[in-house]
Structure formats: C-alpha cells, structure tokens
Design a protein. Structure first.
Length: 230
C-alpha cells in the first residue's frame, strides 16, 4: 500500500433501538447506508471501502457497488453496546497494511466526499495522527449546570463569569460524520480522539446524526430543499 493509503470503514448494524431498520430506510430515493457508500467511493483520498455488518441482507447492498467490500461482523460485535473501537480493530485485522483508517457512520448522510477529502488534507498537511468532524455548539456549556437532589445548581465548567453571549468562547462538539486516524497510532491507543487530534468543522445544518424519525425527516427535508448532490 502507498504511504497515504486509506481504509474506509462503514459500520452498519441490523439492530437499532431509536429507529428500527434505519440503515436501509429510503432517504431521498436510496437506502440510508448507500449515501455513505457513495460518498466514500467519490472521495479521492479513499483507497478501499468496507461495509461492516452482522446482517447479510444489508451487506448485499455492496452488490450495487463493485468497489465496496462486504465484511460480515461477528455476533459479539453486533450489539448496541459493542464498542466501535473493537469493530474498527476487526476491520483492520481483515484489511491490514493501510496507513489510515477512516470511519464513516451511515447515520451522518449530510457529509460529502469533499468533506472527506478536506479532512484528509487537514490531517496530512499538519502531520497529525487523527482528525474528527465537529460543529459549533448551539448552547454554550459555560451556561450549563448540574442539579443535585436538593435542586441546587452547580456550573458544569466551574465558572459563571460569562454574562454576555458575545463574551462566550466558541465551543464545538463531535458531530459523528467522520473519524480519521493513523492506524499505527490507533493500534497503540484505540481511541479516535488523540492528544493531537485536529477538528474538521462542518456547518450545524449538515451535522445531523440520525437516531430518531425526526432526525431522518430533517435530513430528508434538507436534501429536498438544497438539491444537494452527495
């Protein structure tokens, strides 16, 4: 493999508690998982794309994409409690010798192939070991509190010195759209957010991570309104 080879992993379980069957639910005319497959295949930085699932019928969607490889996931890695790091390790065992691992969750269909390539360029040009997608938070954690059993409030961050919104630091959250990491580093420390992790910022409106029917409907509405090509 080349020094910049990228293994893209698309994890898609059969089970889903929030929205049953969401990975194959039609979104804008095609199964949800197919949006992510097509984004991966269209990205110039991607070397190999793998769809990992415990469901053979879901894996059959790779029949429509000759460059997407199916990977049957063991039952032990198919529950909603299975750590994604173990799913990623399983893929790396089956597809070794890649320089980078790119994790694309099918529940983030509003990313684009351009997002993938820009994140890859950000990582390689800055010689970092990992890069994850983020979006700005709509509510500031500096104005958030914990409430104890006596209904007393305690600032989450331990300060309440910011009284004006314009004084608040800009904060971000992981949006789940992409995780990119050097495979050697991942094998040493199997987490996607490393000490030198870079943030690839995406707009809030494209940072929907589908878990409910409402999330799904919002994605569909956005695609219809923008006529976006994934």
């Amino acid at each position: 493999m080349s020094t910049h080879s990228v293994l893209t992993l698309i994890p898609a379980r059969a089970g889903s508690k929030g929205l049953p069957g969401k990975n194959v639910r039609p979104l804008a005319g095609k199964p949800l998982v197919c949006h992510t497959i097509e984004q991966a295949l269209a990205a110039r930085c991607v070397t190999t794309t793998v769809l990992s699932s415990d469901d053979q019928s879901l894996l059959n969607h790779t029949n429509s994409y000759s460059q997407c490889k199916p990977l049957l996931r063991p039952e032990a890695l198919a529950s909603d409690e299975s750590p994604m790091t173990l799913v990623a390790m399983h893929a790396l065992e089956k597809f070794p010798d890649y320089r980078y691992l790119l994790l694309l969750q099918p529940t983030s269909p509003l990313r684009t192939s351009a997002d993938i390539d820009k994140a890859f360029d950000l990582l390689t040009q800055n010689h970092a070991t990992s890069c994850v997608s983020v979006c700005a938070t709509q509510e500031s954690p500096f104005w958030m509190y914990l409430q104890d059993e006596q209904h007393r409030l305690e600032p989450i961050i331990g300060t309440d010195t910011f009284t004006r919104r314009q004084d608040l630091p800009k904060t971000f959250r992981l949006n789940g759209a992409l995780y990119l990491i050097d495979t050697a580093q991942f094998k040493k420390a199997p987490v996607f957010v490393q000490p030198d992790t870079l943030a690839y910022e995406m707009p809030v409106e494209r940072s929907i991570d589908i878990d409910t029917l409402d999330d799904f409907t919002r994605c569909e509405k956005w695609l219809q309104q923008t006529g976006a090509q994934q």
